[in-house]
Structure formats: C-alpha cells, structure tokens
Design a binder for this molecule. Structure first.
Ligand code: G1P
Length: 286
C-alpha cells in the first residue's frame, strides 16, 4: 500500500541555548547520542514510516546538517577498505533512500512560524513533523507488542481519521509549563486515541486542562498553513503551532494519540544523558 504521508518536516533552526557552549558552532540537532546525531534518529524514524522526502528547516550556522546527509568523498576515499568503513553504512543507506531539501527560517518567530516556513517544501498535502530533540524509540517489550516507531503508529491512525494528529504522553502535573497540553475525550479506548477540544501552550499547572502533553511528533493537514498565516504571536511572543492546531480542534479535526514507546527529552541535559544511557545499555546487550 502506498502511504498518504510522503514528506516529513524537521524544524531545526533553533539555537539550542540549553547546550551552550556545545551548540555555539554546532547545530543542536547534530549532538550525538552515542555515535549518531539526534536528527539522524528522526530521519530513521520517518523512513521506517515509509517517508522518503525529508524537508528540513535550517537557519544560520546549520550547514553541518546538510553535510551530514551528503556524501563526503574525501572521507569515503580515506577509509575505503578499512575496518572503519562499515561505520558509514547506516548513513549511506539513508542518503540513498531519501531526498533532503532545505529552507532557512530567517527570523526565529517560534515553532508555528518554522512550520509555516516549510510550506514551500511541503506544498498542499498532509505531512509529518518531527522535532528531533524529542528522541523516540519503541522497543518490543513483550512478544505480542509491536516495535513500530511512533510516526509509523501515527500514520496508521491518520489513515483512519484523516485529520491532524499529535502524539501525547502523560506528564507530572508540575511539568505542564514545558509543553502544549490538551483536553479531549477518549474515542478509542483500546488504542489510546482522543479527540481534542482544547489545547494550551505551556500552561501553569493550575491552568492546565490535563496532564496530557504534546511531544514532538505531528501529522498535519495542509490547511494548517493558512491558519498559521493568521495566527497571532502567543506564548513567549512566538507563533505557536499549538494555537493553530486549536483552530482545527474547534472543528473536531485534531486527534491525540498516546503512543507506544519511550521518549527522551534531548532538549534538556537530563533527558540527553538518559537517552545516552539507554542506548548505550541497549548496544551492550547486543
Ligand atoms: C514545542 C511545542 C510544545 C510541545 C513541545 C514538544 O515546544 O511548542 O507544544 O509540547 O515542542 O517537545 P518546545 O519544546 O520547542 O519549547
């Protein structure tokens, strides 16, 4: 079956100030968990969901991302035939299976604005969004469980509901100020699917409508672009995707999905260390 979602957008223009000085001259998306940069995990997740067209929103100082998803002839020549050559197998395979397009977000006006900047790469079709600093993994916990990645799970849901979808996770109430928080009602209990009626960007715990937080995986229908063009700056003076999605939610057109798997907040030092620890242990078990 051909998938209806063919493109994945990666907003990657942010400064990554929480990781200074590491991010002074290196894009935060290029920080490695073990030997692989964060954004490569995201691209692998998209490819696993059968998406081959990667649309990346960059900004000043982000050229290392473009170089990463390209062949380095000099390096290839140097290590050809050596024991190091297989270390490039995974990235080579990604490069041969995917196309990468880039556009720059000239001004930093928020996630909603970054997504709108991607309109030129996406066009008029539904698309996925991955925020690479939310690193997701789904390891088979039991024999019967599926090991599908989060985006692949969401695409299945899109095929049924044909509207925008956000991935959600239960968080401790005191952390609501870090996330978009939804309110909704369960429409499919066994599959953890909610229909959203309201959402708030980074509310104080006492104002949060629930403890269900949006994490960095979205499927968006293309009408979101016109909504974003009309969306006024919200929390932090930035154009928020949460505010644009709220408009779709008013029409009953946003689903929230509590995904199977694990998420690491690699936008924070704690989450980054946890992810590193997790993947290191996994590698040692092999
Ligand atoms: C963004 C979104 C927020 C979402 C979060 C997920 O915030 O604005 O709604 O919950 O990503 O990681 P950021 O983390 O970029 O501040």
């Amino acid at each position: 079956m051909t998938t209806m979602i063919k493109k994945c957008l990666f907003p990657a223009a942010g400064y990554g100030t929480r990781f200074l000085p590491a991010t002074k001259a290196t894009p935060k998306e290029m920080l490695p968990v073990l030997t692989k940069p964060l954004i490569q995990y995201g691209v692998e997740e998209a490819l696993e969901a059968n998406i081959r067209t990667m649309a990346i929103i960059t900004g000043r100082g982000k050229r290392a991302i473009e170089d990463h998803f390209d062949i380095s002839y000099e390096l290839e020549h140097q290590i050809k035939g050596s024991t190091k050559e297989p270390l490039l197998n995974e990235i080579r395979s990604l490069i041969s299976q995917c196309t990468f397009s880039y556009t720059r977000q000239v001004e930093m006006k928020g996630l909603g604005h970054a997504i709108l900047t991607g309109e030129t790469l996406i066009g008029h079709e539904p698309f996925a969004v991955i925020l690479a600093d939310d690193l997701c993994t789904n390891d088979k916990q039991t024999k019967s469980a599926s090991s599908e990645g989060v985006l692949a799970q969401m695409i299945k849901i899109y095929e049924k509901y044909q509207c925008s979808i956000v991935a959600i996770e239960e968080i401790p109430k005191e952390e609501t100020h870090k996330y978009g928080v939804i309110s909704g009602h369960l429409v499919d209990n066994s599959n953890n699917i909610y229909r959203i009626n309201d959402m708030v960007e980074k509310p104080h715990p006492e104002e949060a409508p629930s403890n269900l937080a949006i994490i960095g995986r979205y499927i968006l229908t293309p009408d979101i672009f016109d909504i974003l063009k009309e969306t006024k700056p919200g929390k932090g003076g930035e154009i928020q995707i949460t505010d644009a999605l709220k408009e779709q939610a008013k029409l009953g057109k946003v689903i929230a999905y509590k995904f199977n798997g694990k998420r690491f907040d690699c936008g924070s030092v704690d989450g980054f260390v946890e992810a590193t620890d997790y993947f290191y242990k996994k590698q040692k078990e092999k």
